[in-house]
Ligand binder design. Structure first.
Ligand SMILES: C[S@@+](CC[C@H](N)C(=O)[O-])C[C@H]1O[C@@H](n2cnc3c(N)ncnc32)[C@H](O)[C@@H]1O
Length: 473
């Protein structure tokens, strides 16, 4: 128990169930305080968010705190629900349930409309929670909760279906899917049987003239999945032609030369994220170096650009990252170190887009290879290339997307040939170096002025090095 400054406690509408405070209750509590009454301590919790903010939130006792404020008391006696700092995104359901339970338990019980809204909030954040669990926390009947949340449950069911189709198309086994979505293998298998029907439906809606966005919305599909169905049956060239024609701002016709220059990323592939690469570049790579149904592995997947590109091009794809960002609620990226990930599959293409040494060290976190010293970092690439060469099919390729990394002290810089040496030492042969320059805007908003004034050269060069393990026949 401790005294906490009331101004430091946040009423977080995601967690706390009462939308309106009752002036009458606050007034009555304030009067009781003035008369010498002592209230039980309020309940609070320290939380952190994925964006790095920390705060204390109310779980129970907002009216008591307001009454204290009315009496010009700056602090209030409070207890913490859990001693440690809880990550809001991970703990949201438990925080919502506990707050509901507490508020329901005491005299000034929640209004029915507050319970209604709280049950929807809880349900939206947690697909697996049962109506009975919510009902128990709120002190209402299960059928009441069922009425309140039936539309959300239906939508979640449809979304879960879309996830199952997506993972099936990416090549996951039914067992893996069942584990990921929390259903039995039997339930997954039944769902997958509807895939052919769904495909027909997508095609017929498109033929009727609906836009792909409209079809996706109508059938609760994500856009890439809807596109992958629309493109079903087409060869690679036709796929790229159609995407190029129909998707605004996506320039992706085959570029049969060794400069792939794309100014910016496109939202059809990957999530908005600083390290995201243009998916158009991956579409090219898939076109020139793989065939439909081939298996692609991306062990440093970031926002999932490669996964989405693979869906569009009908490649199977397994993706991993050792730090799942908040957007990586996306189930198709699993948590793993890159070397471990490579060991799991026999791939036709391994795509590597690692952190460029210490660039973005803070953003990628302490587990990232960007926090390694230069020697350790290059050593990691030696180990990685050893695994890669063992885990590629005989006609497989490894593609490394990389920039030179320069430091004030040139002995700390790492140039592209140093990476290439590591891969060559393990038996890889360079087949092609494709230029994929960054655009100046990607560097810095006032890039030109900053670099000109300091007489320094910015880094726009980026290379896609394509290796093979044996000489192509
Ligand atoms: C340049 S980003 C990849 C961006 C991605 N291609 C995209 O378009 O969103 C590099 C990624 O490597 C991940 N990473 C760093 N060290 C790793 C390791 N040892 N194993 C797996 N992933 C790692 C980082 O978390 C980061 O997401």
């Amino acid at each position: 128990m401790e005294n906490i400054l009331i101004k430091d406690i946040v009423k977080d509408p995601d967690i706390y169930p009462r939308r309106n405070e009752s002036p009458k209750t606050i007034e009555a509590y304030a009067e009781a305080l003035e008369a010498g009454a002592k209230f039980p301590p309020i309940l609070v919790q320290r939380i952190s968010t994925n964006s790095g903010n920390e705060c204390i939130v109310f779980l129970d006792g907002v009216h008591r705190a307001r009454a204290h404020e009315q009496m010009r008391r700056q602090s209030i006696e409070a207890g913490y629900w859990k001693d440690e700092i809880l990550n809001k995104e991970e703990w949201i359901t438990q925080l919502q349930l506990e707050s509901a339970r507490q508020n329901f338990a005491h005299g000034n019980a929640l209004q029915s409309e507050d319970k209604h809204q709280q049950s929807r909030k809880i349900c939206e954040k947690n697909w697996d929670i049962t109506e009975q669990e919510i009902a128990d926390a709120l002190g209402v009947l299960q059928r009441t909760v069922s009425n309140w949340v039936s539309d959300i449950k239906l939508k979640q069911k449809a979304e879960r279906g879309a996830i199952i189709y997506r993972l099936t198309k990416l090549g996951w086994t039914q067992g893996e899917i069942a584990e990921a979505v929390g259903l039995t293998q039997q339930a997954v298998s039944e769902k997958i049987q509807n895939l052919a029907e769904l495909l027909k439906l997508v095609k017929s809606l498109l033929e009727r003239g609906d836009s792909i966005e409209k079809v996706a919305e109508k059938l609760n599909l994500d856009l890439q999945l809807a596109w992958s169905m629309a493109l079903d049956g087409l060869d690679d060239f036709q796929r790229l032609e159609m995407l190029n024609e129909k998707v605004e701002g996506l320039s992706c016709k085959p570029r049969p030369y060794d400069v792939w220059n794309f100014a910016s990323s496109h939202d059809l592939m990957g999530y908005k994220y600083e390290g995201r690469i243009p998916g158009q570049l991956i579409l090219q790579l898939l076109y020139f170096y793989t065939k439909q149904e081939d298996l692609v592995v991306d062990p440093m997947a970031g926002s999932g650009t490669v996964v989405d590109a693979c869906l569009l091009m009908n490649r199977r794809c397994f993706a991993y990252d050792n730090k799942l960002e908040s957007f990586s609620k996306r189930i198709d990226i699993r948590e793993s170190d890159a070397i471990e990930a490579i060991r799991k599959h026999k791939a036709k293409l391994i795509f590597l887009d690692p952190p460029y040494s210490k660039k973005k060290e803070k953003e990628y976190g302490v587990e990232s290879i960007s926090s390694l010293s230069k020697d350790e970092y290059l050593g990691y690439f030696s180990n990685l290339s050893k695994e890669c060469i063992n885990r590629l099919t005989p006609d497989g390729r490894l593609a490394l997307l990389m920039s030179d990394y320069t430091e004030e002290d040139p002995s700390e810089s790492i140039f592209i040939h140093q990476y290439i040496n590591r891969f060559e030492n393990e038996g890889f042969i360079v087949e092609r170096i494709i230029q994929c320059p960054l655009s100046p805007e990607q560097l810095h908003a006032d890039f030109y002025l900053k670099f000109t004034k300091s007489r320094k050269l910015g880094r726009l060069a980026r290379y896609l090095v394509v290796f093979c393990a044996t000489r192509p026949k």
